[in-house]
Ligand binder design. Sequence first.
Ligand code: SF4
Length: 434
Amino acid sequence: MKRIAFDIGDPALASRGGCVTIGGDSPVAVQTMTNTHTRDIEPTLEQCRRMASAGAQLIRLTTQGPKEVESLAEIRRRLHAEGIYTPLVADVHFRSDVAMAAARVADKVRINPGNFAQDHEEACARFRELIAVCRQCGTALRIGLNHGSLGQRILSLYGATPTAMKEAVMEWLRMCVEEDFYRVAVSLKASNTRVMVDAYRLLAAAMDEEFGCRFPFHLGITEAGNGDEGRIKSAVGIGALLREGIGDTVRVSLTEDPVNEIAAGFKIVEAAAMDFDGPVNAADWEEFIIRVAVRFGPDLLDCKTDDCDLEGSVVAGVPVAKADLERVKDILLQACRRRFTRPEYIACPGCGRTMYDLEGTFNEVKRRTAHLSGMRIAVMGCIVNGPGEMADADWGYVGESNGYVSIFRGKEAVARRVPQQEAIDRLLELIEKS
Ligand code: SF4
């Protein structure tokens, strides 16, 4: 099967990290995304510098309007002046005019064309215009569609299913093929590993059958959370696909310092290429849990096995303690949707749309809800995408505007404009009363 490949960035700068090839037989590229406000140039620059020195091969920035496009251009100019050439990706939602402006200054633009307009024909027309700009400027595109952001038209045809995700992307890819535009990667992320893996598999099969070739896949689990849970969940979904040859670039979304995503990403890519046999040995704890998840996750996820015997070491010759192995196993079985023994947390990584201390709040919510086994609790950075993206959460804590939070029960907002300092108490009160 032919696998499409293209360069992102300037090939003349390849030896200095300024160009990455996505797809074909190229190594899987690891990327991340800033969580600063892109308009705040200094903190964003500083984060980009740290990401580049940690090995990020692509850096994505929130680009919600014309001001952010200008900031992105300035950030790119200043990074180049410092000798940092890592390709930059503009993350654009809703506005095709912003996507087109961003395509003139970024190396790649991430969009979901379905939300360019309510009317499908209008969205198609805008998408074709964007392709024309990308062709003219040599800019790559990612069609990034999440389980939680499917349009009404597709939902009414297929429901919120992996098939719906696959069908939605195939519509846009057909247009790319008609336009003879192949500088396109695709992503179909979900916070549910089962849904995510099924969606990518369906899409790979559909591309093979209809196009006879594969566009590059960007893999990721959305709203994976943080700590061991976030890493294990990401390693299960991304690792399962990489092991079967699906995946050209990855992002591990963590509700943490985004620089941490890069080492985790490389460790997943490395583990997916390993032949495992015997105990899982690793150089550090992160590597250990990722290797465990990549080794046992795929079979658990596909119900080829019901259990796993964990053993291994992170210090040569010293076995990992039994209690730690049990904890990892509980997290792994839950990540694979096989056994639920703890609350299920859905937390976005935050981005330039986040209006509060997401990581601190998420850790506090986790601390105070640790007893609610089986409950699905979302902590989301913004009201624009948060409610849609929190998937099937029972409860949601969603940043509304500076200093205020909305609390959701399922899809319904049950408390609005709750001052942030009272919001966790309010969430717990509402859960208690329900
Ligand atoms: S939910 Fe909002 S704040 Fe969180 S990552 Fe998505 S767009 Fe950014």
